[in-house]
Design a protein around this ligand. Structure first.
Ligand code: NAP
Length: 497
């Protein structure tokens, strides 16, 4: 152990769950010079932004929890959005994270110059840093559908990630929803409950796995408080089920895949009584090809008298509503766009400029790639959390970001010991990593004949195709032979690894 390790300055972009845990873990490792630049006025990322009716996490609550801050008080098996937001606010308060955060400062530009990062914010301030960690999350740029006439609509229209709570939705109103993904499946039943007339415009049906969102009783919560091992065991059990059932089902394991398929098909068969409606709701692609929707309320809701499923396809949007391809005009007061996100923006639209003036748009002009999802050649001392090929899907993003944070800290530790000043991934290592993940993708459900937000512009999934355990194992220790480590003091010094 080096007695007086160097204390690096670190800029973290984003104060969502990933940025928050990064701050806590960096401080625990003894790093104190941390600046978090957050574009909004509050922490929380996804859970601050998404406030649509029914918003909840479809990953079990005790699994969607920081390992260092278990929460024995989760009210439900799947936590509601506002409860998750409150949990993050509690963590931020308890670990005094706010003192590192600069709110309402979006990063507009970050460039590497003479061994330092210069990070400029929307307030025209520039921060100098030894390391930059991008913790901007994945699904934070709403995608608006490119439908003819969309701007002609005279009623209220908004995206689910920008819910307009001033608009009252109640009996007597006509509401249209475009989209049937995980978000829509949560929001639509809540809209139907208001008594409004709800028309769902479905382009592609979804496979739905029914899991009831039961509430934890007071006795259970008391027991969880009394025996701290209980929430940890609940988490371990959820992780076990997710990795041995869910993850394996979508990554080419026959039995798990069959089991998931039977569950989803049986759900459709038993939950939807009307044959015509059932046919409309039956996907024609493999289970798991799109992210499986975990939901117990959508099928029930869509069968109510005030709900209508339209599958004719949208021709255009007019000032009065949605005109479908069968020539029918669906007159609407409110149009909800549950049309997903641009998943591959990551830290963009900021200007990210690495060594030799390499702009991120040029670095990623062919493919979005990063070594182990985290590091990019020519971007020294820069880490992209939840980057391409992170095992997202139906697993806990919190668990993923913690694994990545620990990995990053191990690399930064070597800087502190003076082993290097600059670290970046070797081009060959990025290419090898790409070949390695692509080999595994062939047998996954994601290439099973559907379009989804998992796919890049070439139609290739940008997800980790192997098991969760394998990923955790491979992320245990950094492989420094895959990185260029440079000492800046002596220009001609050979690369260390
Ligand atoms: P999504 O899964 O990308 O779904 C978007 C929906 O909009 C799809 O049904 C899509 O139809 C439809 N759509 C898009 N453009 C359209 C157009 N021009 N015309 C007609 N339909 C159109 O988005 P999402 O539901 O917001 O979910 C995204 C991800 O967010 C999820 O997969 C999940 O990872 C995350 N999420 C998580 C939770 C959670 O509980 N953890 C909850 C909600 C969301 P096609 O299928 O035909 O493209």
């Amino acid at each position: 152990m080096v007695s007086n390790p160097r204390d690096p300055s670190v800029v973290i972009i984003g104060a969502g769950m990933t940025g928050i845990s990064m701050v806590i873990k960096l401080r625990k490792a003894g790093i104190s010079n941390i600046t978090v630049l957050e574009k909004k006025e509050k922490i929380g990322g996804t859970w601050r932004e998404n406030t649509y009716p029914g918003v909840a996490c479809d990953v079990p609550a005790h699994m969607y929890t920081f390992s260092f801050e278990p929460n024995p008080n989760w009210s439900h098996f799947f936590a509601h959005g506002d409860e998750i937001q409150k949990y993050f606010e509690h963590v931020v308060e308890k670990y005094d994270v706010k003192r590192s955060i600069h709110f309402s400062e979006a990063v507009t530009d970050a460039r590497y110059k003479d061994g330092k990062w210069l990070v400029t914010s929307s307030k025209d301030k520039t921060y100098e840093a030894d390391f930059v960690v991008s913790a901007t999350g994945i699904l934070h740029h709403p995608a608006f559908p490119d439908i003819d006439g969309i701007n002609d609509f005279k009623g209220e229209m908004f995206h689910t990630a920008q819910w307009n709570h001033d608009v009252i939705i109640e009996e007597g109103k006509s509401v249209g929803v475009i989209g049937t993904g995980s978000t829509a499946a949560q929001a639509i039943p809540e809209l139907i409950k208001t008594g409004a007339d709800v028309t769902v415009f479905q382009r592609t049906p979804q496979w739905i796995l029914p899991v009831k969102n039961f509430s934890y009783s007071n006795t259970t919560k008391k027991l969880m408080n009394k025996f701290p091992l209980l929430p940890k065991l609940t988490n371990k059990f959820s992780v076990f089920v997710m990795q041995h059932l869910f993850t394996k089902a979508v990554t080419g394991h026959f039995l798990q895949k069959k089991f998931l398929e039977i569950c989803c098909k049986a759900n459709l068969y038993f939950a939807v009584k009307d044959k015509v409606l059932r046919t409309k709701l039956r996907p024609n692609y493999q289970v798991g090809c799109k992210r499986v929707v975990i939901n117990k309320t959508f099928y029930e809701g869509i069968q109510k008298a005030n709900a209508h499923l339209t599958t004719e396809g949208i021709d255009k949007i007019t000032e009065k509503g949605v005109l479908t391809k069968d020539g029918k005009l669906h007159k609407l007061d409110v149009l909800v766009l549950s049309t997903g996100f641009h998943p591959f923006n990551f830290m963009r639209p900021m200007n990210l400029v690495g060594r030799d003036e390499l702009h991120i748009e040029d670095a990623w002009s062919d493919h979005i790639l990063a070594y182990r999802s985290l590091m990019l050649p020519k971007y020294p001392n820069f880490f992209l959390m939840l980057g391409p090929y992170t095992p997202i899907g139906n697993f806990s993003v919190i668990a993923m970001s913690e694994v990545q944070a620990d990995y990053i800290i191990k690399i930064v530790d070597e800087w502190r010991k003076g082993r290097y000043d600059e670290v970046e991934a070797k081009v060959e290592a990025v290419n090898d990593f790409s070949v390695y993940v692509k080999a595994g993708l062939k047998k996954t459900a994601w290439v099973g004949g559907c379009k989804s937000w998992y796919l890049d512009s070439d139609g290739d999934p940008v997800l980790w195709p192997y098991t969760w355990n394998r990923w955790v194992q491979e992320m245990k220790e950094p492989q420094f032979q895959d990185m260029h480590l440079e000492k800046l003091s002596s220009v001609d010094q050979k690369k260390v690894a």
